[in-house]
Design a protein. Structure first.
Length: 206
C-alpha cells in the first residue's frame, strides 16, 4: 500500500495542473464547450476539497468519498491530471477508512488552488471571453436527437465503452440538448467507467 501511494504521489507531482489539449480532446476540440465546462467546474467544484475535509473531520467517510469521486471525474474531464490523480488516491484511502489523511487532503487542496488559478487565468483572457460569449444555439428535440440519446442510454445501460465515443463525437450536440452541466456530469462519470452513475445523470434530465 505504501508503495502504491508513493507511485500515486509521484504521478501527481509530475502531472500538469491543466492539460487543455486533453480536455479539448474529450469533446472533439470544441473550445466554446470546453470553456463552458471550465466555468461549470469553478461553480460546482471550487470548494470541494474543503468540503471533503469537513466531511472527514465529522467522520462522514461515505460523504467525503462521494465528493472525492465527483471531483475526480470532473477533473479528469477537463484535463486536470494532478487533481485527478490526487483525488484517485484519496478516494481509495477514504474507502479503506484510513485514520490519518491530513497530508493527502492538504496536497489535494494545494493542487486545487493551483488548478483554480489556472482556470481563472484562462477564462480571463480577452480572447477566451470573446469565445465564451458565442453561445451554442439550442437544438430542438428532434427525432435524430432522441435517437442519439436513446443510443447513449442503451450503451450506458449495457456498460459499453461505445458510450464514451458517442459522448466525445457528439459533444456539442449533446451539451446543447442536455445542458452543459448535465453533459459534463454524464461524460465525467462515463470517462471514469462509472456507467451506472452516467446513466442515472442522463435519465434525470429526460
Amino acid at each position: 500500500m505504501l508503495k502504491q501511494n508513493a507511485t500515486c504521489d509521484d504521478e501527481a507531482a509530475t502531472a500538469p495542473v491543466l492539460d487543455i489539449e486533453t480536455g479539448l480532446g474529450r469533446i472533439m476540440g470544441d473550445r466554446i464547450l470546453y470553456l463552458k465546462i471550465l466555468r461549470r467546474f469553478l461553480h460546482d467544484h471550487g470548494a470541494t476539497p474543503c468540503q471533503i475535509r469537513s466531511e472527514f473531520k465529522a467522520g462522514n467517510y461515505a460523504s467525503a468519498r462521494l465528493k472525492t469521486h465527483s471531483l475526480k471525474g470532473a477533473a479528469g474531464m477537463i484535463g486536470a491530471h494532478r487533481v485527478h490523480a490526487l483525488s484517485l488516491a484519496l478516494e481509495a484511502s477514504l474507502r479503506a477508512q484510513a485514520p490519518d489523511l491530513q497530508q493527502q487532503m492538504q496536497q489535494l487542496e494545494l493542487a486545487q488552488d493551483q488548478l483554480l488559478k489556472a482556470v481563472s487565468n484562462l477564462l480571463g483572457t480577452p480572447e477566451e471571453k470573446h469565445i465564451a460569449a458565442q453561445d451554442m444555439a439550442p437544438d430542438p428535440a428532434a427525432p435524430a436527437i432522441q435517437l442519439l440519446l436513446a443510443r447513449l442510454a442503451s450503451h450506458l445501460r449495457e456498460g459499453d465503452g461505445a458510450a464514451i465515443d458517442i459522448l466525445e463525437n457528439s459533444a456539442t450536440l449533446l451539451a446543447a440538448s442536455l445542458g452543459v452541466n448535465v453533459y459534463q456530469e454524464v461524460a465525467a462519470a462515463a470517462h471514469e467507467f462509472d456507467f451506472d452513475a452516467a446513466l442515472a445523470a442522463l435519465l434525470r434530465c429526460r
